[in-house]
Structure formats: structure tokens, C-alpha cells
Ligand binder design. Structure first.
Ligand SMILES: [Zn+2]
Length: 272
């Protein structure tokens, strides 16, 4: 159904919508942080899906068999571990991972379980475990519903403003929704998540990669490689993410738990 049409239909029942949204809105992330995420999940998933489809049409996709094999293998292990660690999280119906031909060392996650990896990331990630650190981080963003929270914040939605902002006279355009999601001019990934989101995704990613059987210490190496790859100009991924020093410190604080987990599971094998 067309988004604008859907919003218009919903706006006919403002009180019903408001109570529904508040009901689903008061939430906790998988790490126990309370969040306000008021956009209906199916709407978020639909937007993620549409955007991903558009990216797949507009951007060249990597046809390298070994690259796709490795990325899909890591993603499969990461998703299985994430579902095992966070059984109560709102899981997407399906996950879809695509490798885009793009030299910038970047990856992104869209609501609804769509994850994109740039080929440039594979030059920076030296092994499957380092790739797992990034994909784990992106899966963390999805599981913790960061896109929804960011959109909610961006729209300034509070109970009273909801009807005015989302369903009222200043009708919310598709464009605005996309921008709020970070899906604007640069095809989807230009708006940064907040610092809190990045830290949460980092910690979730670390726990997930360890559980999946990837050496968690490789996460630190990955972020170091990212910083080095940037030279004077930090790569896109870094510029929208916390300073690598502080993120490495936070990762190291959580490393002991992650290593304990890692020692207790079968090693992942995505080498070939
Ligand atoms: Zn991130």
C-alpha cells in the first residue's frame, strides 16, 4: 500500500492510532535501555524494503562469488547468534544482505532486516571475524530498532505532537520520512545514528560475534584498520560513528565477557 495513502487512512482514527502507538511505543532495547519508538513496525519494515530495492536497482552489486560467499556466510552465522542471544527482540521476518560495488569501507542496516556491505569494507576487514564485527554491529542497529527511534526523535514525536506532526495537516511527505531515516540524498546512509545508538550497536555486535564463534578481539583490530584506512580523511563509516579511540575503549571493557562466550562455542568457519 502506498505510504501516503496509508497515513491518510490512519489519520481518520487519530485517537485509536494514538493509543495504539503509545501502547507499542514504550519499549526497551535488547540491552535494557528504554526507548521511544512510535512508528508502526510494518511501516518501518516497508520503508526499509523499498529503500533496499531502490539501492539494488541503482547501485552495482558485486558479482564476485567468493566475496558473496564470505559475506553471506558471516551474515548467516551472525543472524543465527543474534536470534539466540536476543530471543525476545523484534526480529525481522527475513534478513537480506547484499554486497554493493563501492570503494568506501562502509556498511549499513535498514529497518526490516536489510543489510548492505560495500566492497571497500572487504579491503579493510582482514578476515571473517573483522567482517563479523561490522555485520554484528549492523544487526545490532536492526534488533535495537534504532531506525524507528531515530525517526521518532527526528519527527519530535511526543504524544501530543503526534497527531499534528505525523497525521495532521502538515502531512508528512515520503521525502521527510526517508530523510529522517537517513535515506536522503546519499541514498540512504548519510544521517548518523546517535552516539548512544552506536555504542549500543557496538556492544551488541561484540556479544553477537562472540556467540557466533568469531574472535571478539578482532573487533578492535577492525576499528583500528578503519581508522588507518581513513588517512587524513576519515572514511564515511567512521565519520558517522564514534571516535575510534572511545569505541575501542568501550569494546575493551566488554571484552572479558565476550571472550568467555567465545571460548564456550564452536568456532565459525567462513574462510572459503
Ligand atoms: Zn552504526
Amino acid at each position: 500500500m502506498h505510504l501516503r495513502f496509508l497515513l491518510r487512512r490512519l489519520s481518520m482514527f487519530p485517537l485509536l492510532m494514538l493509543s495504539l502507538l503509545l501502547l507499542v511505543g514504550c519499549d526497551e532495547t535488547p540491552t535494557g535501555r528504554s526507548q521511544l519508538a512510535l512508528i508502526p513496525e510494518h511501516l518501518m519494515a516497508q520503508m526499509g524494503e523499498d529503500t533496499f530495492e531502490q539501492l539494488r536497482r541503482d547501485q552495482p552489486i558485486s558479482r564476485s562469488a567468493p566475496v558473496n560467499r564470505q559475506v553471506q556466510c558471516v551474515a548467516r552465522e551472525i543472524v543465527a547468534a543474534a536470534e539466540a542471544i536476543y530471543p525476545n527482540a523484534d526480529l525481522p521476518d527475513t534478513w537480506e544482505i547484499a554486497v554493493f560495488e563501492d570503494p568506501s569501507p562502509n556498511a549499513f542496516a535498514l529497518p526490516g532486516g536489510r543489510i548492505g556491505v560495500h566492497t571497500g569494507l572487504l579491503d579493510v576487514a582482514e578476515n571473517s571475524a573483522q567482517l563479523a564485527a561490522v555485520i554484528g554491529h549492523e544487526v545490532g542497529h536492526v534488533l535495537a530498532d534504532h531506525g524507528n527511534e531515530r525517526l521518532t526523535q527526528q519527527l519530535g514525536i511526543k504524544a501530543g505532537l503526534l497527531l499534528v506532526g505525523l497525521f495532521g495537516e502538515g502531512e508528512l511527505g515520503h521525502q521527510q520520512l526517508m530523510q529522517a531515516l537517513g535515506l536522503g540524498a546519499q541514498l540512504g546512509i548519510s544521517l548518523p545514528f546517535s552516539r548512544a545508538h552506536e555504542e549500543e550497536a557496538d556492544l551488541m555486535g561484540l556479544a553477537i560475534m562472540a556467540r557466533a564463534g568469531f574472535d571478539p578481539r578482532q573487533s578492535v583490530s577492525l576499528w583500528r584498520n578503519m581508522a588507518a584506512a581513513g588517512g587524513g580523511q576519515p572514511p564515511e563509516f567512521l565519520s558517522t560513528h564514534p571516535a575510534h579511540g572511545s569505541r575501542i575503549k568501550a569494546l575493551q571493557l566488554a571484552m572479558e565477557d565476550a571472550e568467555t562466550t567465545y571460548r564456550g562455542v564452536t568456532r565459525a568457519d567462513c574462510t572459503g
